[in-house]
Design a protein around this ligand. Structure first.
Ligand code: HSE
Length: 406
């Protein structure tokens, strides 16, 4: 029998206990031994809850119990999760987590400790909720040189954008619903300002390219400026507004540039990410041998996320004191300045300055919306980020702008 401890009895922690209870027989079979929760660490008590007799308030009880072989860290945040994780790994216990903040900030260091102690630090649930993506990147796709990894990596914002697109819902109401459904972070600013998908793309890019992408280097924009008018134009263009988190590797001759960013994009209806709606997430990967692949599924919520965490627990139990090698070095990956990235843009300008804007932005297409007679929408030719920013400043009258995914 393997005993585990769950740190944090919130949305994901309670899901982990539920997954283990519901699928106990199956999980035991797949693990090759019985897997049982011995402790749940939380500041609170849960009178009447079956786990109440397992609740402890002191992490040292878990750390000093040699019977606990696997620790599930689902507290979120850096403090005290970092100290607890480090101490557990150093004590020779494997750690499975959904904590993207911690993995993005200290992933390579924690992996090094796990390696030195012949245990595992596993974090499938940190990106894309229940979607398997970390394990495929680290095993199935190792034969490929990956030049793109782009995803819809935040369920809350995808839910909000979908409600705004399909039902004309108000931003605030859609956010409230996402919170009630257990998708949002404790502080929803992390969702709507893009900080959450920023952590996730830093993790995925680090795994795709094998060096550490610092999340602080990832240019990040959220969805708070996306308006119902922008969505009208998107529909007319047969595109959808999606918050994309992406990592690119661009090779020109013997020079390779790496880019990573999070921002709202217009996605064409022929792209597989166009149809990813509601709380669903998807990760689109392009490899030089593989071509295109997309991983799609439930991206947030208690049980999907817990399913991924418990999958890692099974893996940790199966491997015991054997470390699973993970391709993620602590060396920093230098990202190229976002200014040099090239793409088309969409912008809205006053109708009175249509010709001027078309010329300045190398317009490929100009569209109008009957209910917005005082403005036009323009799809630009390919520009660098810097060219677009400079021309916008020169023009001075841009109502809004959204990047276009290529
Ligand atoms: N708040 C996150 C989301 C939870 O909405 O995707 C999963 O990481």
């Amino acid at each position: 029998m393997v005993k585990i401890a769950v740190l944090g009895y919130g949305t994901v922690g309670s899901g982990v206990v539920q997954v283990l209870n519901t699928n106990q027989e199956l999980i035991d079979k797949k693990s090759g031994t019985e897997v049982r929760v011995k402790y749940v660490l939380d500041l609170r008590d849960f009178p009447g809850d079956p786990i109440q007799d397992k609740i402890v308030h002191d992490f040292n009880v878990i750390l000093n119990d040699p019977e606990v072989q696997v620790v599930v860290e689902v507290m979120g945040g850096l403090k005290p999760a970092y100290d607890f994780t480090k101490a557990a790994l150093e004590a020779g216990k494997s750690v499975c987590t959904s904590n993207k903040e911690l993995v993005a900030a200290h992933g390579s260091e924690l992996l090094d400790i796990a390696r030195s102690k012949n245990v595992n630090y596993l974090f499938e649930a940190s990106c894309g909720g229940g979607i398997p993506i970390i394990r495929p990147l680290n095993s199935s796709l190792t034969a490929d040189d990956i030049d793109e990894i782009s995803g819809i990596l935040n369920g809350t914002t995808n839910y909000i954008l979908t409600e705004m697109t399909e039902k004309g819902a108000d931003f605030a109401d859609a956010l409230k619903e996402a919170q009630e459904l257990g998708y949002a972070e404790r502080n929803p600013e992390a969702d709507v300002e893009g900080y959450d998908p920023c952590r996730k793309i830093a993790i995925l890019s680090s795994l795709a390219y094998g060096k550490t992408v610092h999340y602080e280097d990832v240019y990040t924009e959220g969805i708070t400026k996306v308006s119902p008018e922008d969505i009208l134009y998107a529909k007319k263009l047969k595109m959808a507004v999606k918050l994309l988190a992406s990592g690119h590797k661009v090779t020109n001759g013997d020079k390779t540039n790496y880019y990573a960013m999070v921002a709202p994009f217009l996605v064409d209806k022929h792209h597989p990410l166009y149809s990813v709606n509601g709380v669903f997430n998807a990760v689109f990967v392009h490899g030089n041998m593989l071509g295109d692949a997309m991983f799609y599924g439930s991206g947030a919520g208690s049980l999907p996320t817990a399913s991924a965490v418990v999958g890692d627990v099974v893996d940790a139990v199966r491997h015991g004191n054997r470390n699973i090698s993970i391709f993620w070095d602590s060396e920093k990956l230098e990202l190229s300045p976002n200014d040099t990235a090239t793409r088309p843009f969409f912008l809205r300008v006053p109708a009175s300055r249509k010709e001027e804007a078309e010329k300045l932005f190398n317009a490929e297409k100009t569209i109008t919306i009957d209910t917005l007679p005082n403005e036009v929408g323009i799809v630009t030719g390919i520009l660098t980020e810097k060219e677009f920013a400079d021309r916008s400043e020169t023009f001075g009258d841009v109502i809004s702008r959204i990047r276009i995914n290529q």
